[in-house]
Design a protein around this ligand. Structure first.
Ligand SMILES: Cc1cc2nc3c(=O)[nH]c(=O)nc-3n(C[C@H](O)[C@H](O)[C@H](O)COP(=O)(O)O)c2cc1C
Length: 429
């Protein structure tokens, strides 16, 4: 129940009785939610993979919420192919290298990162676990990696800066009222964010059919399906009851309906400006003095144009398969973009990173690093702060283990010759 509704309970003739009962119910709900949280934390510590965290998140969340995070567009072929592109690559490990110590730290977009990972922007995370944005940002700071805050996050630009710290990037969508976007960017500058990330693969929202099927296109419209869904996931429901529904803090004032639970999915992309083009990107470059990252490029010619505008980094991304279904897997797009960029800017890649070995493969192909979206989101949805930390702990352990198994004691040693298909052909006999 939203906060506003709880406040109205005592306004009738028997107001005090209702108020007291509402108070007791809220306390009970909070206690039950706390017990479930403790269980969730214990379970997260027994997760051995990001996929285990996904399973825990799926159990805890109403289907409509889980699918909103987990799903992709249309037939989800691009979503699947992002993962499969990682499986298609194989490594040829070096042996007999001293790997007693490994160092996975690197430079990402002009700063040091303890791992070749940054957190991708994910909107609406608070619907999975109250306060998830801050929790994921704190986990990133704890692990010494950059965190990207989404325009459609359920925490404000300032809240993340005050409560998490660390290296912060602000992901800006261009809303129809462009001056609003520029005000967000200015707020990010004042709050000390080091980079602005412009996402360019969402001129309109992708067709995410799981949302339609789960009645998430008009969310929390209480259909029989939704009621059963929420009733059978009391951990999530009690927590939302106790704390109220989150809002998209950075979009306050843009489209009132879109900041509430009711509008969240049905308006995905509705406020964004489909006329945003290269001139618009140039205007952002002119206005923002810090590092500029463009996210959502898969074509070499687009990478060239972005570089010509003076962007500092490109994220090869298809929005985790949530936008154009049938689009190329990001790992398949990476070599072309790398050739076009030719070392003139940082190149990161995202989409389907679930294992440390995926990170090592992306680096061996030439990426400077990866973004992870769902990995930490699953963790936070499974167990809040503990789950977000666990996701990064799992990835760090797997990266270090893979580096040891590949004879790569540091990131510089993760080179193309580690790829099974990256070796030169054998000499002709
Ligand atoms: C639930 C969810 C919300 C997302 N919200 C945003 C967003 O607000 N802005 C953005 O640029 N990308 C957003 N993305 C895309 C991610 O930044 C990233 O590109 C994608 O999740 C990477 O794939 P992965 O989840 O397989 O790691 C979102 C992804 C998910 C799963």
């Amino acid at each position: 129940m939203p906060d506003g509704q709880a406040a109205r309970v005592g306004s009738g003739g028997t107001g005090q009785v209702h108020e007291a009962r509402a108070g007791t119910d809220a306390v009970r709900a909070a206690v039950e939610a706390a017990c479930r949280e403790a269980d969730a934390r214990r379970a997260a510590l027994r997760a051995w993979s990001v996929d285990d965290l996904r399973t825990l998140a799926r159990r805890r969340l109403p289907r409509a919420i889980f699918d909103q995070f987990d799903g992709g567009a249309e037939d989800e072929s691009t979503l699947r192919d992002n993962r499969e592109a990682f499986s298609r690559r194989r490594l040829m490990p070096r042996v007999l290298v001293d790997v007693a110590r490994v160092d996975p730290s690197t430079r990402l977009v002009g700063g040091t990162s303890a791992l070749p990972i940054a957190i991708a922007p994910t909107g609406a995370a608070g619907f999975g676990w109250h306060g998830a944005d801050v929790m994921i940002a704190r986990a990133a700071a704890h692990f010494g990696i950059p965190y990207s805050l989404s325009t459609s996050a359920t925490a404000s630009i300032e809240q993340i800066a005050e409560q998490a710290g660390g290296r912060l990037w602000f992901q800006a969508y261009i809303v129809k009222d462009r001056s609003f976007t520029f005000r967000l960017i200015e707020r990010a500058r004042v709050a000390g964010y080091e980079a602005v990330m412009i996402t360019v693969d969402l001129p309109v929202g992708g067709k995410r059919e799981r949302d339609y099927r789960n009645d998430m296109s008009i969310p929390f419209r209480y259909t029989p399906r939704n009621l059963v869904d929420f009733a059978t996931h009391p951990g999530w429901s009690l927590r939302m009851l106790a704390r109220g529904m989150p809002v998209m803090e950075n979009l306050r004032g843009v489209a009132p309906a879109a900041t509430t639970a009711k509008g969240i999915v049905s308006t995905a992309g509705r406020n964004y400006d489909p006329s945003f083009d290269w001139d618009g990107l140039r205007a952002v470059r002119d206005a923002w003095p810090g590092r500029l990252i463009v996210k959502g490029i898969v074509r070499p010619d687009d990478a060239e144009r972005a570089l010509a505008l003076g962007v500092d980094a490109i994220v090869v991304s298809n929005h985790g398969g949530r936008q154009l279904d049938g689009g190329i897997a990001t790992l398949d797009a990476l070599p072309g973009v790398l050739r076009a960029v030719a070392g003139r800017a940082s190149v990161l890649v995202d989409g389907g990173v679930r294992r440390g070995v995926d990170v090592v493969k992306a680096l061996a192909m030439g990426a400077d690093g990866v973004l992870v979206g769902r990995a930490t989101l699953y963790g936070a949805c499974a167990a809040g702060q503990a789950g977000a930390l666990r996701a990064l702990e799992i990835l760090r352990d797997e990266i270090e283990r893979t580096m040891r198994l590949c004879g790569a004691p540091n990131v510089e040693a993760i080179t193309a010759d580690l790829l099974a298909d990256g070796l030169p052909p054998p000499p002709a006999r």
